[in-house]
Write a new protein. Structure first.
Length: 446
């Protein structure tokens, strides 16, 4: 059984000696956590706050965590070293982090957990803090899945994708009246973000749409701030560092640009043969058509390829088509951004990739029935491709590829976002603590 490890062998002694009453715990666990939380951690340090970087250990290998931490020049102060299935990870984070926060509290510290988005860590870490009487700062708060009202659009039957009017679909999706909420997907992320919200003292919403969701759910207006998304800071830094990228040495074809990046890793896509094979068929169609395709394969992708008997087929695709690049995930963010800045389109079931494509001005196609970044679709730079028919998906991707006006969609996620996030935290702390009693809430809203 792994246990909590500390960078300093005298961690608690150092903590006690430090005069700061408040301790900002910046939680990371996954690649998106690292990308979006490390800029906030660095901003806290720059401003002189007592900030600690806490890794739950959920993504612990070099490709998913270690390489990026080295690239960003940070080392966790604490590692919870969680392992196991989903319920085991949740219980370990709550138990281990809850115990750690309790020990800090015993030493007179006010703990402020910073949790990100819709991750398992966000849900469990916010819970661990709340159990000790501390509210979280929720970075990327309020993201909720919107699903198009398919019944109001003439979707083609399978086998008739060639009649589908993609531009009419794009126009349909840009009307907010054509969307509805209440999706459980992505799973378990939509549960995670809602659960984290209940233990949050400051909701840092990326866009006004997220703020509207939070207000509709009854969260106090004075604790919701629209700040943009800190992925902007990380993406801009990676672009500035792109000269040090080595990805084009490994894959020189990508340097030419004009390719589509596929990323299929969402549980609901990889567990469903219907969904996964529809996406796979679309990818295969584009390869055989002669378009350059990059497939970034993660653990769930590989499991689905084997589960649905596609291993021999994908090996043949790689052998027979020089325009097909089949790669494991890259450990360094500069490589990801350097390559994606040259892409023609990104076809993904990821959430963060939808944001990054907006920052880079690259058309995006979301391989889901709905999206928790609905603003990027309403904005015109992203398209939903429901994973039901490979020909339909390929047609939507081709449209995004060939109709370059999607590149000109306005950027949504702000500038200097990490600074704006910490400004919002400091504004709250000038008046009190993140966790507030009902008396304090009523007094402050009077």
């Amino acid at each position: 059984m792994h246990e909590i490890t500390f960078r300093s062998p005298t961690f608690f002694e150092d903590l006690t000696k430090n005069g700061d009453a408040r301790v900002h715990l910046v939680l990371i666990a996954t690649k998106p956590d690292i990308i979006k939380q490390v800029p906030l951690y660095k901003e806290l340090i720059k401003r002189g706050h007592r900030a600690l970087l806490v890794h739950t250990g959920q993504h612990y290998d070099e490709n998913l965590s270690g390489g990026m931490l080295k690239e960003f020049g940070v080392e966790p102060d604490i590692n919870l070293n969680v392992r196991g299935s989903m319920h085991e990870i949740v219980s370990q984070i709550i138990g281990r982090l809850g115990r750690l926060i309790a020990q800090m509290k015993e030493r007179g510290k006010i703990v402020i957990p910073f949790v990100h988005g819709d991750t398992t860590t966000a849900m469990a870490a916010a819970n661990a803090g709340f159990c000790n009487g501390f509210s979280a700062v929720h970075v990327e708060a309020g993201i909720r899945t919107l699903t198009p009202r398919y019944r109001d659009f003439d979707m083609p039957e399978e086998g008739h994708a060639n009649t589908f009017d993609v531009e009419a679909w794009r126009t349909f999706l840009q009307d907010t009246n054509h969307w509805e909420r209440s999706s459980l997907e992505p799973y378990p992320e939509q549960f995670n973000t809602r659960s984290a919200e209940a233990a949050t003292g400051l909701h840092l919403a990326p866009v006004e749409l997220d703020r509207a969701f939070l207000l509709a759910e009854g969260y106090p207006e004075d604790r919701i701030t629209v700040v943009g998304n800190s992925v902007v800071d990380a993406t801009r830094a990676a672009l500035a560092d792109a000269k040090n990228a080595t990805v084009f040495e490994t894959y020189p074809l990508l340097a030419e640009g004009n390719f589509v990046r596929f990323c299929i890793h969402r549980r609901e896509n990889c567990a469903s043969q219907t969904r996964f094979t529809a996406i796979y068929d679309a990818m295969k169609h584009l390869i055989e058509e002669g378009r350059t395709v990059l497939l970034i394969s993660l653990f769930q992708t590989e499991a689905a390829i084997d589960r649905f008997g596609l291993r021999k087929d994908i090996d043949n695709l790689r052998k027979d088509h020089t325009n097909f690049i089949y790669s494991p995930v890259w450990p360094e963010y500069r490589d990801v951004i350097a390559a994606m800045s040259r892409a023609a389109v990104c076809a993904t079931d990821s959430g963060s990739m939808q944001e990054e494509m907006n920052v880079l001005g690259v058309p995006c196609v979301t391989l889901r029935f709905g999206s928790d970044r609905g603003e990027s679709i309403i904005n015109g730079g992203n398209l939903i491709a429901p994973p039901v028919d490979g020909a339909l998906i390929a047609r939507i991707i081709t449209h995004a590829w060939d109709h370059r006006e999607m590149k000109n969609a306005p950027q949504l996620y702000g500038e200097n976002v990490s600074s704006r996030c910490i400004d919002a935290v400091e504004d709250v702390l000038k008046k009190g603590e993140l966790f507030r009693s009902e008396e304090e809430r009523l007094h402050q809203s009077a």
